[in-house]
Ligand binder design. Structure first.
Ligand code: ADP
Ligand code: MG
Length: 622
């Protein structure tokens, strides 16, 4: 009898986790395979997805190479460098917008929106389109396997709002974010520098739009970021701009100022400048060549590497100044740095390599493709987070100090910049007015002295502080940053145990409501939030009730019958127990029970008060 062969499908590997470098200029995806990270790419192509979105007159937006090709033809509907807008307000990006051929508005909450063909797009939505494209590339390279989870990298200098915007973009793209990781940290993982016993590493990342330098310490396979520094507005785009300036200064007088205003010219000059710069990496001279048929423009000029280097000298100086500050923050001398890692396409430029080598006094690592290093490291991290083995602990630092606005508008720093996370710190406050029952907390991020100069992260209130003379309340405010870099701030009045807390919602991030609207699903989230708020409110209420009841326990002991008194005691201890947890249903039950159990006491007290009042009147009558 013949056997029927059964193909048993192994379904365990469907949930693929990838690492994504969501770059200002280019994005890339990688995965852990056969014991090492590999870039995912379509057959015979690089896998680099230009972070560019083109909105056609009809149909869905186009992302990547095809979008970038539209830049000259249709610049008004082609968006570059979306990452620069992530998590920012309109005021933050005004100078950025000046050079762009499309208009921008903001929502009531200050969220930037770019207008393309009459439709408004938030940077989160545009980044989500890029992430979807990246996910499709990964999915295709994996033979159709769905990709649902990702580690996504961000510049070390990204603040909370920008990190949150990145999470929101991933959420919109249907990706679960396993972790947001700093790009320099990912790069050092890609080089496997964790395998070293001991040493200091400098990661120099010069991309298209951002510059980061990080100093890491490795000890017994454990990574620690000692310091980060950088410039969110320094990169290869600025090199291009210097060559574009050169072209404009020579074309303007000949072709007329009107030409310089033409959006088609502006995009063409940018692309020509980049082409020239990249050629200068490989050879000592190159053509800066510009063709714009609509303007009957065909312009060419020879540029030497020396001339180019002269034009970007101040930009390099800025980068090296950042390196100097990073070293000083890490309390290290250049000679104490054992390894230097180069990341980002712009570190291919010979003068950049030369300056880095001279500064640190050693040859930097260039074995891996600087375009791929970050994505490869993100894949290593994704592998570790999904249970893969590579024994190491990964620590990061807070890029900016976190603090609280004080009475005079100054900032009380609670967690200093470059503190290794996860971390927590507690500071004590008190009331400034007699019988003050509430305190407002304004959480800010930044290095400036005044709160108004820092980035506002959020506000919250602690209510229900018992009335007492100014300066007597003891309020402990605790900042806690988890391994993902999410900040939670809580405040507690110590004599009563009244507490309040928030998970910091960055000002320019999307609210849960906005994300919900975009996803048209998200009920789970909304419910969680509602439950959390309800639990927090109930805790405060229970705290107030307990405080009032305990004050009169003595009277209760004397005035209530034994059974009623025991019932009250039970309700009090159950309420205390419930207030230690976050279970909304249990809290509600405990609150209701406490209310019921205190009714006889309330009646007793009322009687006492009435009696006293009567007595008072009597005395008064005498
Ligand atoms: P990002 O991290 O900002 O997305 P990348 O790391 O992809 O940026 O780097 C993009 C930058 O690298 C662009 O400015 C590009 O012009 C530049 N670049 C790429 N290749 C070269 C090269 N061979 N020579 C000089 N610059 C290069
Ligand atoms: Mg990069």
């Amino acid at each position: 009898m013949p056997y029927i062969e059964l193909n048993v499908l192994n379904n365990t590997a469907t949930d693929v986790a990838v690492g994504i470098d969501l770059g200002t200029t280019n994005s890339l995806v990688a995965i852990w395979r056969d014991g090492r990270p590999v870039v995912l790419a379509p057959e015979g192509r690089s896998g680099l997805v230009p972070s560019v979105v083109y909105v056609p007159s009809e149909g869905t937006p186009v992302v990547g190479r095809e979008a970038r090709d539209q830049a000259v033809v249709d610049p008004r509907h082609t968006v570059f460098s979306i990452k620069r807008f992530m998590g920012r307000g309109l005021a933050d990006v005004r100078s950025e917008l000046a050079a762009r051929p499309y208009s921008a508005t903001q929502t009531e909450r200050g969220l930037v929106q770019l207008e393309l063909r009459g439709r408004k797009y938030t940077p989160q939505e545009l980044s989500a389109l890029i992430l979807m494209k990246v996910r499709d590339v990964a999915c295709a390279a994996l033979g159709g396997q769905p990709v649902t989870r990702a580690v996504i990298t961000v510049p070390a200098y990204f603040d909370d709002a920008q990190r949150q915007a990145t999470r929101d973009a991933a959420h919109l793209a249907g990706l679960e974010v396993l972790r947001i990781v700093n790009e320099p940290t990912a790069a050092s993982l890609a080089y496997g520098l964790d395998q070293r016993d001991k040493g200091n590493v400098a990661v120099f990342d010069l991309g298209g739009g951002t510059f980061d330098v990080s100093i890491l310490a490795i000890e017994d396979g454990v990574f620690r970021v000692l310091s980060t520094n950088g410039d969110t507005h320094l990169g290869g785009d600025d090199f291009d701009e210097r060559l574009a300036e050169l072209a404009r200064s020579e074309i303007g007088p000949v072709a007329g100022a009107r030409v310089l205003e033409d959006p088609g010219f502006q995009q063409a000059v940018r692309l020509a400048a980049e082409r020239c710069k990249i050629e200068l990496t490989a050879q000592p001279e190159a053509d800066l060549h510009l063709v714009v048929p609509e303007l009957r423009l065909n312009w060419r000029r020879r540029v030497t590497r020396e001339e180019f280097e002269g034009r970007v000298a101040d930009l390099l100086q800025r980068a090296m100044d950042c390196c100097r500050r990073a070293l000083s923050d890490a309390h290290l001398k250049a000679a104490q740095v054992d390894e230097v890692v180069l990341v980002g396409g712009s570190t291919r430029v010979p003068i950049v390599r030369a300056r880095v080598e001279a500064f640190f006094g050693r040859k930097p690592h260039t074995e891996l493709d600087p375009d791929q290093v970050v994505a490869l490291g993100a894949a290593v991290q994704a592998h570790i987070l999904t249970g893969g083995k590579r024994d190491m602990l990964l620590m990061d630092v807070t890029p900016l100090s976190l603090g609280i606005e004080t009475m005079g508008g100054a900032v009380d720093k609670v967690i200093q910049r470059n503190t290794t996370i996860p971390c927590a710190a507690t500071v004590g406050y008190t009331t400034y007015a007699d019988n003050q029952t509430g305190l407002d907390f304004h959480i800010v991020q930044g290095e400036r002295e005044l709160a108004k100069d820092c980035r506002s992260l959020g506000r919250f209130q602690l209510k229900g502080v018992p009335p007492m003379p100014a300066g007597l309340a003891r309020i402990a405010v605790r900042f806690h940053i988890d391994a993902d870099g999410v900040l939670r701030v809580s405040a507690k009045e110590e004599s009563t145990g009244k507490s309040a807390q928030i998970d910091v919602q960055p000002m320019h991030g999307l609210t849960d409501l906005e994300v919900e609207g975009m996803l048209k699903a998200g009920f789970a989230h909304a419910r969680d939030d509602f439950q959390a708020r309800r639990a927090a409110d109930l805790k405060i209420e229970i705290g107030t009730m307990l405080h009032a009841t305990e004050k009169h326990l003595h009277a209760a002991h004397g005035g209530l019958d034994k059974e009623t008194y025991r019932d009250l005691e039970d309700a009090i201890s159950r309420a205390r127990e419930a207030a230690r947890q976050d279970d909304g249903t249990a809290l509600q039950k405990a609150r209701d029970e406490l209310e019921r159990a205190t009714l006889p006491l309330a009646a007793l007290l009322m009687n006492n008060v009435a009696q006293k009042a009567l007595m008072g009147r009597k005395l008064g009558d005498v």
